[in-house]
Design a protein around this ligand. Structure first.
Ligand code: ZN
Length: 432
């Protein structure tokens, strides 16, 4: 079987998904909308998990898990899980944000994750995330999306920073990354501004998880328009591929497995939160899927023993200007297909059997596979694969799609890669 994802359609849907998802909370809603349209039911975690076979999803903040028991309702049926993350490095608004410096109204920010700080300079920035608002009974989370050029972090001109090009840019995050949004004699009033946007009294705004985003839309670039440039490709490209792969797999049928996607928040800050990959969200949900179908704890552990997890996070394509930073024998070519990520120190969870499961899926989809390892004299990044592997005991493979400028506000990936990526994941979720 060859995968059925059209390159142009996939690129078009991905760019729309990226633009609609500036925060993890919005990414989860973008996936939920896509799944709802495909007949999935959204469950609250406080609801009982239905015993009837069907397509379901549940959301915990910026994380989402979706699954289908339609094809094989037997309780001990093993899972096929595709994991990814919904968060990206950015600037996050501090609790007392209003700063007044040199006649400028600014907003105090913290750095979230490990961004390329220079890429946040001189951009037109909007604001998004979740605001906790006083409700009828306690607080409720409300989504906020301001796709307007509110904020800017202005770089110093070279006339005032004579060595910037010869010695490199040095940025102190406390001092140099503070965005300005207005001018005046007194500090601005972000809380009042947010309350007005949400149409609630200022006293009803009780907390927030707000972040900045670049307003430049995702677009195709290159002579042949064979690349996609966008913010947040790491890792919304994988979240998107997982979402459309799940729908396609369920439509085609998944006998012998329960297909699952697990999209986690907080990967960029270590995953140790209530909804990160180190949390109970995945294991509790998988156990509930088994128990709701009258399975026992023994059935759950049997299901886990047969489970395979594919943990997706973007992979470094070889940058032509820095080819020597990549392992010479393992160059990753843009539009060369999905990438197995391997590290002997287990910074990636891939072992031989995990790699084999992924290769078989790519073979089934008619998609080529590449391999990535870092140079032996450079430290290796990590991702959620080793965590979900340790928590579940499942065979796990770390993989990704080729990407340039990872952690920039303007990353790039391949158009052909995205269709191949979704095809490989569909095959992984419905093994032949
Ligand atoms: Zn990532």
């Amino acid at each position: 079987m060859t995968h059925a994802f059209d390159q142009d359609d996939t690129a078009r849907s991905l760019t729309a998904y990226l633009d609609a998802s500036p925060s993890p909370f919005h990414a989860v809603e973008s996936t939920a909308a896509l799944l709802l349209a495909a007949g999935f039911t959204r469950l609250a975690e406080t609801d009982p998990t239905p015993s009837a076979p069907g397509r379901y999803m549940t959301v915990r903040g910026g994380s989402l898990i979706a699954w289908s028991t339609e094809a094989d309702p037997a309780p001990a049926t093993p899972f096929r899980v595709v994991g990814a993350h919904t968060d990206s490095p950015n600037l996050r608004i501090k609790p007392r944000p209003d700063v007044l410096r040199a006649g400028w109204q600014q907003l105090a920010v913290e750095i979230y994750g490990g961004p390329l700080l220079n890429t946040w300079l001189d951009r037109d920035l909007g604001l998004s995330g979740r605001v906790a608002v006083r409700g009828e009974s306690g607080a409720e989370g409300r989504l906020l999306l301001i796709d307007e050029p509110l904020l800017r972090v202005s770089q110093l001109a070279p006339h005032l920073d004579r060595t910037v090009n010869s010695e490199g840019l040095k940025l102190n995050p406390q001092q140099h990354l503070v965005p300005h949004w207005g001018q005046g004699e007194t500090a601005g009033d972000l809380l009042g501004f947010i309350a007005e946007r949400l149409e609630v009294p200022a006293s009803h705004v009780l907390g927030w998880d707000l972040m900045t985003h670049d307003l430049t839309p995702a677009r195709r670039i290159g002579r042949d328009r064979d690349l996609i440039a966008s913010a947040r490709l790491d890792n919304l490209a994988t979240s998107f591929a997982a979402s459309i792969a799940l729908v396609a797999a369920v439509e085609a049928g998944t006998p012998g497995v329960v297909p699952v996607i697990a999209l986690f928040d907080h990967e960029e800050v270590g995953s140790t939160t209530e909804r990160g990959a180190q949390s109970t969200f995945l294991t509790a949900t998988l156990e509930r899927i088994v128990l709701s179908r009258n399975g026992s704890r023994e059935d759950y552990l049997r299901a886990l023993a047969g489970t395979v997890i594919a943990s997706g996070d973007m992979a470094h394509a070889t940058n032509p200007n820095y080819a020597d930073r990549h392992e010479a024998g393992h160059h990753v070519q843009m539009n060369g297909g999905p990438v197995l990520k391997i590290n002997a120190q287990a910074r990636y969870a891939t072992d031989g059997l995990g790699a084999a499961a992924f290769r078989l899926a790519c073979e089934q989809a008619g998609v080529p596979v590449q391999s990535f390892v870092t140079r032996t004299d450079l430290p290796c990044g990590s991702t959620v694969g080793p965590m979900t592997s340790a928590l579940t005991g499942a065979t796990t493979v770390d993989f990704g799609a080729p990407t340039l400028s990872m952690h920039s506000t303007r990353e790039a990936c391949g158009v052909a890669d995205q269709a191949m990526y979704a095809g490989a994941l569909q095959a992984f979720l419905s093994p032949a």
